[in-house]
Design a protein around this ligand. Structure first.
Ligand code: GMT
Length: 385
C-alpha cells in the first residue's frame, strides 16, 4: 500500500534536458496515480495530451513600470506558495537550482515546514552558476535547505561537493527514457529525404551553446564525409547556430548539412540517424545520448563530465578526449564501416537504456525519495501501486 501524493513540479518548460526530464517525470507520476501540478512560466513543451492528474499553473510576472527587470523569481516563489496552499501539496520537486530551488525555499517559508522540497541538480546550475559570485551562496543555501537533493550523475555530485563545499547528502538519480517512445521502427521514406541508401547520417541535437563544441561536430563530420559519403542533421537552435552555418559554408558542405530547428518528436528524428555526435566540453549527463541509445543509435562523443556514465566506451558508443575530433572521426568510421560491430553497439545501447535508465526504475527512485521526505499523516489517499 503506497500513498498517493500531490506534487508540484517547477522547471524550465521549453528549454533543454532538465525541462524534458521534469516533464516526462510528471507524466509518469500522473500515470502512477499521483496528482501533478506543473508551476512554470509556460506550458512544458513535452506535456502532450490531456491527463486528468496533471494540472498547469502559469507564473505571471508583474510588469510594473518601476521594475528595470521583471521579477520572475519572486512571482515564481509566490505562485509555488499559492499553489501549494490551494492544492494542499505534499511537496515541490524543483529542477535546476536557479531560480527554482531558491524560489521553493521562499515558498516553503510562506507555506510552512510541512511543504517538502526536493531539488534536482542538472548541470550548469552547479558547473557554471556555482562559480558565479552573484549566485553561489544562494545556490548553496537552497541545497542545504532542501529536504532532499538529487543529481543526474555521479560526476555532478562530485563536482557539487567540490565547487560549493556542501555537506548535504546528494542522491544519484539518473535521467531516464520511456522505452514506449522508441518502439516505432525507423522510417525509411523519411530517411530517403536526407540521404541515398549508401550514405550515412550523423545527428547533433542541442541548444547550440558554446559548451556543445559545434565546430567539433562539423570537423568530425567533415572527416567522416571524406571517406564515407554522409549527411549531417542538426536539431535545435541557439547562440552558436549562425557561426555553425558559416563554418559549414566555408567548408563547402552546405548541401550535406540539414538544419531542422527545434523538434518535438525526438524519437522520430533520432531514428533517421546512424550516429549521434556529442563532443561537448562538459555534460553532466547528456540526455540526448540516452535518447539515441534507446533508439539504437550509438554515440560518438567526448569523455567529459557524466557522459561516460551514460555511454559505455567500446560497448555502446565511443568516447575520446574533448577536442580530439580526429579520434572521434576514426571511431565513427570504424563503427559505420563494420555492420557487425554497429549492430552489437546498437543492441547494447537499446538494452542498457531499457534496463539501467528505464523510466519505471528511475521514477520509482524518485517516489522513494518523496516518501522519505513527505509526512505520512499528510498523505491524502492510499492505493496499491
Ligand atoms: O545545465 C544546462 O546547461 C542545461 C541543462 C538542460 O536543461 O538541458 O542541461 C543539463 O541537464 C541535462 C538534463 O539533466 C543534462 O542531460 C545535460 O548534460 C546538462 N548539461 C550540461 O551539463 C552542460
Amino acid at each position: 500500500m503506497n500513498p498517493l501524493l500531490k506534487i508540484g513540479i517547477s522547471c524550465y518548460p521549453t528549454l533543454g534536458g532538465s525541462g524534458v526530464v521534469a516533464t516526462e517525470l510528471g507524466k509518469m507520476l500522473a500515470e502512477r496515480g499521483h496528482e501533478v501540478h506543473f508551476i512554470t512560466d509556460r506550458m512544458p513543451f513535452r506535456l502532450g495530451q490531456f491527463h486528468p492528474n496533471i494540472f498547469f499553473h502559469e507564473v505571471e510576472v508583474s510588469d510594473y513600470y518601476v521594475f528595470r527587470y521583471p521579477p520572475y523569481d519572486l512571482a515564481l516563489a509566490n505562485k509555488l506558495a499559492q499553489v501549494a496552499k490551494q492544492e494542499n501539496l505534499d511537496l515541490l520537486h524543483v529542477h535546476y537550482a536557479v531560480p527554482h530551488a531558491i524560489c521553493a525555499y521562499l515558498a516553503k517559508q510562506m507555506v510552512g515546514q510541512h511543504l517538502k522540497v526536493v531539488t534536482t541538480l542538472h548541470g550548469t546550475d552547479i558547473t557554471i552558476l556555482g562559480h558565479d559570485p552573484s549566485l553561489r551562496d544562494l545556490i548553496r543555501m537552497a541545497i542545504h535547505e532542501s529536504d532532499a537533493v538529487t543529481a543526474v550523475s555521479q560526476d555532478l555530485i562530485t563536482e557539487t561537493y567540490e565547487v560549493l563545499s556542501v555537506e548535504k547528502p546528494i542522491e544519484l538519480v539518473y535521467n531516464f527514457v520511456d522505452p514506449r517512445d522508441y518502439i516505432a521502427p525507423a522510417n525509411p521514406q523519411l530517411r530517403a529525404q536526407f540521404a541515398q541508401p549508401h550514405e550515412k547520417i550523423m545527428l547533433h541535437m542541442s541548444n547550440f551553446r558554446p559548451v556543445k563544441r559545434i565546430c567539433d561536430v562539423i570537423d568530425i563530420f567533415a572527416d567522416v564525409n571524406v571517406q564515407m559519403p554522409s549527411h549531417l542533421i542538426f536539431v535545435g537552435e541557439g547562440p552558436e547556430l549562425a557561426k555553425t552555418v558559416n563554418r559549414v559554408k566555408e567548408l563547402g558542405l552546405t548541401n550535406r548539412v540539414h538544419y531542422l530547428g527545434k523538434q518535438n518528436n525526438v524519437a522520430e528524428v533520432i531514428g533517421l540517424a546512424d550516429l549521434l555526435l556529442l563532443p561537448s566540453e562538459k555534460e553532466s549527463f547528456g540526455l540526448v545520448a540516452l535518447e539515441a541509445m534507446a533508439a539504437g543509435v550509438p554515440t560518438i562523443g567526448s569523455d567529459a563530465g557524466g557522459i561516460p556514465e551514460v555511454v559505455k566506451h567500446g560497448i555502446d558508443g565511443f568516447l575520446a578526449p574533448v577536442g580530439d575530433t580526429k579520434l572521434m572521426a576514426a571511431y565513427a568510421i570504424q563503427l559505420l564501416s563494420n555492420p557487425q560491430l554497429y549492430s552489437e553497439f546498437s543492441l547494447a545501447g537499446m538494452q542498457r537504456a531499457r534496463s539501467q535508465f528505464s523510466a519505471a526504475t528511475i521514477v520509482e527512485q524518485y517516489e522513494n525519495i518523496y516518501y522519505k521526505v513527505a509526512q505520512t499523516d499528510q498523505m491524502k489517499t492510499s492505493v496499491n501501486l
